[in-house]
Design a protein around this ligand. Structure first.
Ligand SMILES: *Cc1c(COP(=O)(O)O)cnc(C)c1O
Length: 373
């Protein structure tokens, strides 16, 4: 079975080297030397000045909302992983969903203003599949309305926009270092900010609010990560260029093979670089998508309806809400297998199966993709 994602594992001896150091030093967690080294390495690689290594991307989101003291309503995207919306609810705020742009699949900035109420305190937008949001438009509407901005950059590791890290935008950005993500530490997340005072606050939030040994700065939690996770992060970091090159090659192979296929990729931000974290494909019709999924499954190739259904319609703790563009995309999108161990031949095989599925349904009337709503 070809999975949709296969986590990258570095050579065991490279990980073991770090473990030996941990055994010698007997320092397992609490901002240890490897965590520090990972943070320094990531700052250099991502070209950002300030970040913290934390438990997970989800905890990073919760820490970000708390650090910015957001209350009431937070405007957010219905097209993301559930942690984006659940984090808002978890910290006692209310998510207000705004439609996505049908080309980028990111939140549509032109619709944010209409969703602002006196209760609104912030915007939480996701760079979906690593494709940067229209950060300038979001910044403009945030400034005008005195709102804070958090970016869920769980998919956006390494992406640059206007020549700098996408994580430089917004008040706080987060990233996920989960095993299924492009660069991982088994479990883990990052909070990234340009603001030194905010970073200090985030550091308190990460460590129970400890201010010295016997004083506390406020109501805080445990968002630390361990040395064993940092070790995996460091071992993987050495491979990041090779992982990038391989993913790029596989993506270009899909692009070439699927140039006559009845589906489109989201339109990438023209000012941004790519990280090849995912290969999302929006099918012309739902029918064609189901046919393709079936064809691939029959050949033991797994795909994921990522994301389906929309956050606005599916979370049991929120009133379900239909959104025309979002729901239409959710129904017709899958991600194709894309990971380091996948071969070019396998990508060709997968593409061939998709084309076969398409050609065997030529008789059915195809509704043209993004224009029918
Ligand atoms: C994976 C993911 C998260 C959560 O990250 P974890 O590290 O798994 O907690 C948040 N947002 C998005 C968009 C994600 O894909």
């Amino acid at each position: 079975m070809k999975p949709i994602i296969k986590p990258f594992l570095p050579p065991l001896e490279e990980y073991n080297k770090y473990l030996e150091g941990i055994w010698e030093g007997n320092w397992l967690t609490n901002m240890g030397p490897l965590s520090g080294k990972l943070e320094e390495g990531l700052k250099l690689l991502l070209k950002v000045d300030r970040l913290l290594f934390v438990t997970s991307g989800t905890v990073a989101l919760q820490m970000a909302i708390k650090a910015l003291d957001l209350k009431g309503e937070i405007i957010t995207t219905p097209y993301s992983f559930m942690a984006t919306a659940s984090s808002i609810v978890w910290v006692g705020c209310k998510p207000v969903f705004v439609e996505i742009d049908k080309h980028s699949l990111n939140i549509d900035p032109s619709q944010i203003e209409a969703a602002i109420t006196p209760e609104t305190t912030g915007i939480l937008a996701t760079h979906i599949y690593g494709n940067p949001c229209d950060v300038e438009a979001i910044e403009a509407v945030a400034k005008k309305n005195n709102l804070k901005v958090i970016y869920d950059g769980a998919h956006a590791f390494g992406v640059e926009i206007n020549g700098k890290s996408v994580f430089e935008y917004g008040d706080i950005s987060i990233c996920s270092l989960h095993a299924t993500k492009y660069n991982h530490a088994v479990e883990g997340g990052l909070v990234i900010t340009k603001d030194g005072n905010l970073l200090k606050k985030l550091a308190y939030i990460r460590n129970f609010g400890f201010n010295g040994n016997d004083a506390f700065d406020g109501l805080r939690i445990n968002g630390k990560n361990s040395e064993l996770h940092a070790a995996m992060g460091l071992a993987n970091l050495k491979w990041i260029d090779r992982i990038f090159e391989k993913r790029k090659l596989l993506t270009e192979t899909y692009d070439k093979q699927l140039r006559n296929f009845g589906g489109v990729k989201p339109v990438w931000n023209t000012n941004a670089s790519l990280n090849y974290a995912f290969y999302p494909l929006v099918f012309d019709t739902e029918q064609l998508m189901h046919k393709c999924i079936l064809k691939l499954e029959k050949n033991e190739i797994h795909t994921k309806r990522y994301f389906y259904p929309s956050l606005a319609s599916s979370l049991p703790y929120l009133e379900p809400q239909g959104l025309k563009v979002t729901d239409s995309i959710c129904k017709r999108i899958i991600c194709l297998p894309l990971y380091y161990d996948l071969s070019v031949e396998e990508v060709e095989l997968i593409s061939g199966l998709l084309l076969e599925a398409q050609n065997s349904q030529m008789d059915m009337s195809g509704v043209c993709s993004l224009d029918f709503y």
